[in-house]
Write a protein that binds this ligand. Structure first.
Ligand SMILES: *Cc1c(COP(=O)(O)O)cnc(C)c1O
Length: 459
């Protein structure tokens, strides 16, 4: 008899362990003060459960560690490169694969070739590094996610979808100024929400009718394909890899951070079909990253990523991965904590605006919540709100569309009991929300200010 059990079990067992260090609230208060109240400035040994990011923080498998031993560090034409290239092309059959040390290097190369003053580059929602690289080239970054994507509480199966009418209008009016349309799957800065296959198809059709290229920011392609498999009519019988290949077939290229779904601790790539554009990009690659058969990576990294790509699309893993994230989000909802719904793929996003209505946007409610999670329980999370997106290219500061705090779940790293502990900590902080105070920023750098800003608590 085939019974169904409800406990989420990790589809792996532990082979090697890393110790976690316990700290007291007093120690954490001192640590965060010394860090200028910026969780990015903490030492990770002072953090118990580190949900700052799912980027590069996943656990590699036995088979990835074994693959590392096959790393061939030849400068040119290493077998590790050919294994990596084949693994990428198996899922994303673009003509050219350009390896980079991480996703932003792929973005930097692409936008330094395609961007520039007067250019407009739309996306469903630009990720912070994507927006920063578009703007650094002098181009304008536009977010065209559907209206539902800006409302933390509204339920929609594909809240990462591109607003097709706005895209159509933009390309009608500015066609000559739009060198490429980006589509982020899943939409990280918009709550980790997926994009439907139908929306990717329609976006592709609009772009190509206007003669504009479509590139994927595909960091969480496997999670997005899993949501399509689970939520989109007619997709439930397909293999995940097959859905991924169809997504790739609708685009002209991609930028990728291999620190996400491919289980890399480092890595990325740019892939594309256009020969002339690929040549321009390779020329920048050689200046900034390395020779085209290793780019920014060691042979052993290329091997680990080739193996990781095959593990990323396995259904047992994805069922556990998405199930465990949903478990955290649903437990918080049940405890009355406002979170972005539906629950995203790699993270649960707390709605700091709803939880802390007494803290105004430019006193950074998300920042206040992130500090409280750390001091209360040693849980590190990141603000995605007016700290991250408030500073405009013209120097003004405005409120972001949403004030979120992201609990990003590293892949295969924490157990379900760690997740239960996080539920307890967040619930405890939410119970004392009225006592939290806002912050004033006392230092900020020119770009990507959330990484190095320093703060003072308001009285
Ligand atoms: C992480 C990420 C990037 C940048 O990749 P890095 O490897 O951190 O440079 C770009 N886009 C999205 C959607 C991401 O999640």
């Amino acid at each position: 008899m085939d019974r169904t059990f409800t406990t989420i079990i990790e589809p792996f067992r532990i082979h090697s362990v890393e110790p976690l260090r316990m700290t007291t609230p007093a120690e954490r208060s001192a640590a965060i003060e010394e860090a200028g109240f910026n969780v990015f400035a903490l030492r990770s040994r002072d953090v118990l459960i580190d949900l700052l990011t799912d980027s590069g923080t996943g656990a590699m498998s036995r088979d990835q560690w074994a693959a590392i031993q096959h790393g061939d560090e030849s400068y040119a034409g290493s077998p590790s490169w050919f294994r990596f290239e084949a693994a990428v092309k198996d899922l994303f059959p673009f003509r050219h694969v350009i390896p980079t040390h991480q996703g932003r290097a792929a973005e930097k190369i692409l936008f330094s070739v395609l961007g520039g003053p007067g250019k407009v580059i739309p996306n469903n929602t630009h990720f912070d590094t994507t927006r920063a690289n578009v703007e650094a080239s002098g181009a304008t970054a536009l977010d065209l996610v559907i209206a539902e994507g800006h409302d933390a509480a509204v339920l929609h199966p594909f809240k990462g979808n591109m607003d097709l009418d706005r895209l159509e209008n933009l390309l009608g009016e500015h066609r000559g100024d739009v060198p490429v349309v980006m589509l982020t799957i899943t939409n990280n800065s918009g709550g980790g929400q997926p994009v439907s296959l139908a929306n990717i198809r329609a976006t592709s059709e609009i772009c190509h009718r206007h003669g504009v290229k479509l590139f994927l920011d595909a960091c969480r392609f496997a999670e997005n394909a899993w949501f399509i498999h689970e939520r989109e009519e007619g997709q439930e019988h397909r293999e995940i890899a097959d859905i991924v290949r169809e997504i790739a077939s609708l685009a002209d290229g991609m930028t990728m951070s291999a620190k996400k779904d491919p289980f890399g601790n480092i890595g990325g790539w740019l892939a594309l079909n256009d020969d002339a554009l690929a040549e321009d990009c390779r020329n920048v690659l050689i200046l900034t990253e390395g020779f085209p058969t290793y780019g920014g990576l060691a042979g052993r990294d290329l091997e680990a990523l080739a193996q990781g790509l095959s593990e990323a699309v396995q259904p047992d893993y994805l069922r556990y991965r998405i199930g465990s994230t949903a478990y955290l989000g649903n437990a918080l909802l049940a405890a009355g904590v406002p979170v972005v719904q539906p629950i995203g793929g790699h993270a649960v996003y707390l709605d700091a605006r709803a939880l802390l209505p007494h803290i105004e946007a430019l006193h950074y409610p998300g920042q206040a919540l992130a500090v409280a999670l750390y001091v209360t329980g040693g849980v590190r999370a990141t603000e995605i709100g007016s700290v991250m997106f408030g500073r405009q290219p013209d120097g003004t500061e405005v409120a972001a569309p949403m004030e979120l705090v992201r609990l990003a779940i590293p892949r295969r790293t924490y157990t379900q009991s760690h997740i239960d502990y996080v539920v307890e900590v967040v619930t405890a902080v939410a119970g004392e929300a009225d006592s939290l105070r806002g912050y004033r920023m006392i230092y900020e750098p020119k770009a990507l200010r959330h990484f190095t800003a320093r703060y003072q608590p308001l009285e």
